[in-house]
Design a protein around this ligand. Structure first.
Ligand code: HEM
Length: 383
């Protein structure tokens, strides 16, 4: 977790695609070079995200109950286009501004309430609550589900970072709790995007399973990469003090710097599994139809064929065509929103405490083979 990049670099130089064994056992092809990862993310013709196209012994992802299967990152083509359109309102136009505003206000409120006398863990005190605020602003939940979601997030995402539980609670161990939250969210009339999805379901534009699967995906999947993204952006932008003045004043400079932090410490290191629909040749490596490709966004983002000095953090790097938010039809719909959110967390810290310092050496990293972020970011808040 502390430095996966040396290992990824070895694999990247060894071969464009290597056969690996995933932690639960099944094998898959790991693709590590930037050009291959980028092109395969955009290849909707020869690759599918739908696990029904997996054949044989390969890794097919975390197995979900049937009613949660048709989420955005498990369906292709026209079904995907329809679902993507139905979830678009918080990510564009007025919806985007409203969501960003809610999180920006919360960032200022949280930072203003911090006690500056002691070192503060910005992951627990800022990244985690802001990620919850953002996810709720995207998908407003009815009250009982709201509280249950916060409790799930605490147990699954925050407690392990604080080492509060001896046994780590994994998402798959909490499916029962997730099912209850989804049940409430799909049956109690909701506002915002939730209300729009419920209405689409009533009018036959979304099946009951599709409604449950989108609620599942929007609540439980992005929260962790978002906590990790806030963590790496706060860590990297506050550690390198050379750009302090410009980061405090300029949203554009914060956007450029946040993009570099996401490239350098890619929170979601692997894209969702892709299944080969036909036999493929990846720069000379044969892949059979039905086999699984794991596209390493983390390795691609450090590929020297694409980025000069890839192992250096250059907060002014521009252009920066990193793949941390994906590419192609399944790219992250919250890309613009995420940059607003990440930027507002740094802006809030620097506005209230312009001379804040962070000691990077003390950072512990946590995650698994698919994601990675700092467990804590200890900051000395200084006016
Ligand atoms: C900065 C934090 C985030 C990171 C690093 C991130 C990363 C990604 C990546 C890499 C993908 C593409 C995966 C692939 O192609 O296999 C993706 C897709 C997606 N993300 Fe994000 N994401 C973030 C924030 C969010 C937020 C806040 C939301 C919504 C609340 C969200 C919702 C989604 C959805 C629904 C998809 C699937 C899109 C599709 O299949 O069409 N993400 N995200």
């Amino acid at each position: 977790m502390t430095n996966p990049h040396a290992g990824l670099a070895t694999l990247r130089e060894q071969s464009p695609a290597v056969r690996v064994r995933t932690p639960d056992g099944p094998p898959a092809w790991l693709v590590t070079r930037y050009a291959d990862v980028r092109d395969l993310l955009r290849d909707e013709t020869r690759l599918s995200v739908n696990p029904d196209h997996s054949a044989g012994e390969d890794y097919a992802g975390f197995e979900l109950p049937p009613q949660l299967r048709p989420h955005l990152l498990a369906v292709d083509a026209t079904q995907h286009d329809r679902l993507r359109e139905l979830i678009s309102s918080p990510f564009s136009g007025d919806g985007l501004h409203r969501t960003a505003e809610v999180v920006e206000e919360e960032a200022h409120r949280l930072v203003a309430a911090l006690a500056p006398e002691q070192p503060v863990d910005l992951v627990a005190e800022l990244a985690f609550p802001l990620a919850l605020t953002a996810v709720r602003a995207v998908l407003p939940l009815p009250d009982p589900a709201h509280q249950a979601f916060a409790e799930w997030a605490h147990d699954a995402l925050l407690a392990p970072r604080r080492h509060e539980n001896a046994v780590e609670v994994r998402a798959r161990d909490t499916l029962g709790r997730m099912a209850e939250i989804i049940q409430t969210a799909t049956t109690v009339p909701g506002d915002g995007l939730l209300g729009e999805l419920q209405a689409a379901c009533q009018h036959g534009r979304l099946s009951a399973h599709e409604l449950a699967a989108q609620v599942f995906y929007l609540l439980f999947v992005p929260t962790e990469p978002l906590v990790d993204a806030f963590g790496v952006v706060l860590l990297r932008l506050l550690t390198d003090t050379r750009h302090r003045a410009v980061l405090r004043e300029s949203p554009a400079a914060r956007h450029v710097a946040a993009a570099e932090a996401l490239r350098f410490d890619t929170p979601q290191g692997l894209a969702a599994p892709r299944f080969a629909l036909v036999d493929l040749d990846i720069a000379g490596v044969p892949v059979r139809a039905g086999q699984t490709l794991l596209l390493s966004l983390a390795a691609a983002n450090r590929d020297p064929r694409q980025f000069d000095h890839p192992d250096e953090l250059i907060l002014t790097r521009s252009p920066n065509p990193h793949l941390a938010l994906g590419r192609g039809d399944h790219n992250c719909p919250a890309t613009a929103l995420s940059y607003h959110l990440l930027s507002s967390s740094v802006a809030a810290v620097l506005r209230h405490y312009p001379s804040t310092t962070v000691a990077p050496g003390s950072t512990q990293w946590r995650g698994n083979f698919r994601h990675r972020g700092p467990a804590s970011v200890w900051a000395h808040l200084q006016p």
